[in-house]
Unconditional design. Structure first.
Length: 160
């Protein structure tokens, strides 16, 4: 695991006057991996003129924080793994509407991104035995950094 890159995950439960949980607000910082680059649909809504992006963010090393929310909501993330060399890897789905969809669609593989928004629990109709999936409906997204491109000559070794 790369020690320089720090991912982030936090959540806050929003409650009504009676103390009942209304929703969860999530903030996460991670990396857009190859399978997480956003896809966009532009044919949604009653007039088929609305757009929505669907992407995934990879968050490393925060499985304990994420597990607390998953236990509380009785849900799962899109993908979770753990290994000795990489630690924990959680891939969390997110959606973005309208102009935010354009932002999400502009993120590339390797980009460091902050996504914040409301938790959404999606039932798994294809396999009801699986837990429902937690995803984030983005209310804010920020590009924190882009992956540096390797120069064509970066692999060359100087001659003596």
């Amino acid at each position: 695991m790369n020690g320089r890159i720090k991912d982030y995950f936090s959540f806050e439960s929003i409650r009504d006057r009676n103390g009942e949980i209304v929703c969860y607000h999530i903030t996460m910082i991670g990396t857009v991996e190859a399978d997480g680059v956003a896809r966009i649909r532009t044919d949604l809504g009653t007039e088929q003129d609305k757009k929505m992006a669907f992407g995934r963010l990879t968050v490393r090393g925060l499985d304990k924080k994420i597990a607390v929310l998953l236990r509380e909501t009785g849900s799962r993330v899109w993908y979770h793994s753990w290994s000795e060399e990489d630690g924990s890897v959680d891939i969390i789905s997110y959606t973005a509407r309208d102009w935010r969809a354009d932002e999400a669609y502009g993120f590339n593989e390797g980009d460091r991104v902050l996504v914040e928004g409301r938790a959404y629990i999606r039932d798994n109709t294809a396999n009801p035995e699986k837990l429902p999936e937690l995803s984030v409906t983005a209310t804010g997204m920020f590009l924190l950094g882009r992956k540096r491109r390797q120069s064509f000559n970066s692999g060359l070794i100087p001659q003596k």
